[in-house]
Design a protein. Structure first.
Length: 159
């Protein structure tokens, strides 16, 4: 019977062979999404009423977008498109099942969840870029007086 150590060695070799980055920042959103999906979908499936059902869709598809974006390191529009496609296909499949129904309001809630995450990521990126730009500008301004002081004595001594 294989031990847990053999399994960890196997996983480590597979990760190294395929150059997968399994850092916490990439795996955590996926783990949270899976945990939430299991709890909300399987454990606490009590027949949620209309408004709370939409909140569940919003939260789940927001986390799905974040998990796809973090784990696969793809462009934001690709992760948003993949999450939206999964939502639309899921609703389409629900329309074909006997005890389920497809809902345009569910698709709208999915869209809102994806949009919230996309906007949040874009805002974080713009703030990060602005902070980096400000830091580079401050570094340039800090270097200018030192250069001008070094240039001033040499020009006055030659006169």
């Amino acid at each position: 019977m294989p031990s847990i150590f053999a399994l960890t060695r196997f996983v480590r070799r597979a990760v190294e062979r395929h150059y997968m980055d399994l850092s916490l920042s990439r795996v955590l959103p996926l783990a949270v999404l899976l945990g939430y999906g299991l709890l909300a979908g399987l454990v606490f499936n009590t027949g949620i009423t209309h408004p709370w059902d939409k909140v569940q869709h919003l939260i789940f598809f927001g986390m799905l977008t974040l998990a796809i974006h973090a784990f696969f390191c793809c462009r934001l529009r690709i992760s948003a498109g993949a999450a939206m496609a999964m939502g639309i296909v899921g609703e389409g499949l629900q329309g074909l099942m006997p005890n389920h129904e497809a809902s345009l309001l569910d698709i709208a809630a999915n869209t809102v969840g994806v949009t919230i995450v996309v906007v949040a990521i874009l805002l974080i990126r713009s703030e990060t870029r602005a902070a980096l730009s400000d830091a580079q500008t401050a570094d340039l301004h800090a270097a200018e007086p030192a250069q001008s002081r070094a240039a001033s004595p040499s020009s006055s001594s030659s006169a």
